[in-house]
Design a protein around this ligand. Structure first.
Ligand SMILES: [Zn+2]
Length: 466
């Protein structure tokens, strides 16, 4: 136990009160208002953060009502940054304790934003306060910087960066996992489109599967018009269909004589498509078995050949590999057909040492060769800092010393807040093997764990700013 840790222990009650104050503000993103570009809630949380910071004696600043900061250190010195966010996802149902109550039960605080990410933001302020109280001289200025739009696109911090606001020389965002994330895959979300006119004896009148581009679809439904001669055969094929484990198909006859075919799979996150079972992919295979002809049949066999049930984009020519983050992953998230048109989305995530130019042209031409047009809806470059880099070395040293643990840095399927700002890596606050219910009911953080993270943060700030 060093002097910083002792001071942090002495700040415990104030730290808890400050987190409770901020968590009690419901800061789900909403419609823009005057002086509140991401809604009144996130702005109120930002005002409260500035209040707390000033109360703790820090200089503060605000950029366009969407980003705020608290600062300590020489004004002219280069800046080290702790990046966090104050917006939260909606609370949803099923809470044991009030989601904006920040109540403590058996040593754990519960509430939306307690771990993601208000708690860690306030912990970093108190870590900085502890350093100031010791009078330690730091070579760098330290800025705790908060955005108000992380959960729905990181637009606040992106704008801060685009408009040429000051950038850090090093830093971390406590908005993910310990020990450290030094690799985040590149992400693409693309939309494919083709004509899909019903012809022949079995016609697909409509089709709909999936809920989001980055979620493995658990449910897919199609409405079919089948000629009387083929009705028996179609019903027999569907009723006797045997898909892989954890899939099922069912059929319902509608009043107008059409059939509704449903295929069930298993949902999963888009970065780990192998964990789910894709209902769209299996719907396509089943429809092909029925013998659909014409334009619809051609489209189905194209997407089955190019995507099918593959998780790595092998047949699309985008299955890349590196030792840091392994293979490309591919999630086929949605598909929808009505009025003679079909569209679908795919979400490839490519390994951290590759560039978009090594993925996108191959992807586009694979589909174009089959008469399917592909457009990019979203792209996010990969992030990678090698284990030998100074930032990784320093943060890993702090983690090992403060926790006595020795996990390796992580490479993930991508998308932490670190991508929003240069020279930042995701560092904590979730300890390996523990559950925090982020984005779920009963999000919660043990007070002991909270205090440990504050001490790790203080040590990390010293390491980066000394
Ligand atoms: Zn977060």
């Amino acid at each position: 136990m060093n002097q910083f840790d002792n001071i942090i222990d002495g700040l415990k009650d104030d730290l808890i009160t400050a987190i409770q104050e901020n968590v009690s503000i419901k800061s789900v993103g909403g419609e823009p208002e005057e002086g509140a570009p991401f809604g009144a809630g996130p702005k109120k949380a930002l005002d409260n953060f500035i209040n707390i910071s000033e109360h703790l004696g820090f200089r503060t600043g605000v950029f366009e009502d969407m980003v705020g900061w608290a600062e300590y250190g020489e004004k002219e010195a280069p800046m080290v940054c702790i990046l966090g966010h104050l917006d939260v996802v909606p609370e949803g149902d099923g809470w044991t304790y009030p989601p904006y109550g920040a109540e403590i039960h058996e040593g754990k605080m519960y509430g939306r934003g307690v771990v993601d990410d208000k708690g860690p933001v306030i912990c970093s302020l108190f870590a900085l306060k502890a350093l100031r109280e010791t009078g330690i001289t730091l070579k760098h200025r330290v800025r705790v910087l908060v955005g108000t739009n992380e959960e729905t696109g990181s637009r606040a911090v992106k704008k801060y960066v685009e408009e040429g606001q000051e950038l850090p020389v090093a830093g971390f965002t406590p908005d993910a996992d310990y020990p450290l994330i030094n690799g985040e895959k590149g992400i693409l979300i693309c939309q494919g489109e083709a004509t899909f006119i019903p012809q022949g004896d079995i016609q697909i009148l409509s089709l709909k599967g999936g809920i989001a581009d980055n979620v493995v679809p658990a449910h897919c439904e199609a409405i079919l018009k089948v000629s009387p001669e083929l009705m028996k055969k179609v019903r027999y094929t569907i009723e006797n269909w045997e898909g892989p484990a954890r899939t099922s198909a069912s059929l319902k006859k509608n009043e107008d004589g059409t059939l509704t075919l449903s295929v069930e799979g298993v949902s999963g996150h888009g970065s780990t498509p192998h964990i789910g079972v894709n209902s769209i992919a299996w719907m396509v295979k089943l429809l092909i078995t029925l013998g659909i002809t014409g334009e619809q049949g051609k489209f189905l066999s194209s997407v089955n050949r190019l995507i099918g049930t593959e998780y790595h984009g092998e047949s699309l020519g985008i299955c890349l590999y590196d030792d840091v983050s392994h293979y490309t992953s591919l999630c086929w998230g949605t598909m929808e057909a009505t009025d003679g048109k079909v569209s679908f989305s795919i979400n490839p995530r490519y390994p951290v040492t590759f560039r978009e130019e090594e993925v996108l042209p191959a992807l586009i031409s694979s589909f174009e060769n089959e008469g399917i047009s592909l457009t990019v809806k979203m792209k996010d470059d990969p992030l990678f800092m090698s284990e030998d880099s100074e930032l990784v070395q320093k943060l890993m040293k702090v983690y090992r010393e403060k926790t006595g643990r020795d996990e390796k840095p992580l490479a993930i399927g991508g998308g932490t807040y670190a991508k929003a700002m240069p020279n930042i890596l995701a560092f904590g606050p979730e300890m390996p093997g523990k559950s925090y219910n982020i984005h779920e009911a009963d999000e919660g953080w043990e007070i002991e764990d909270m205090m440990e993270t504050t001490k790790i943060m203080a040590a990390a700030i010293i390491e980066l700013a000394k």
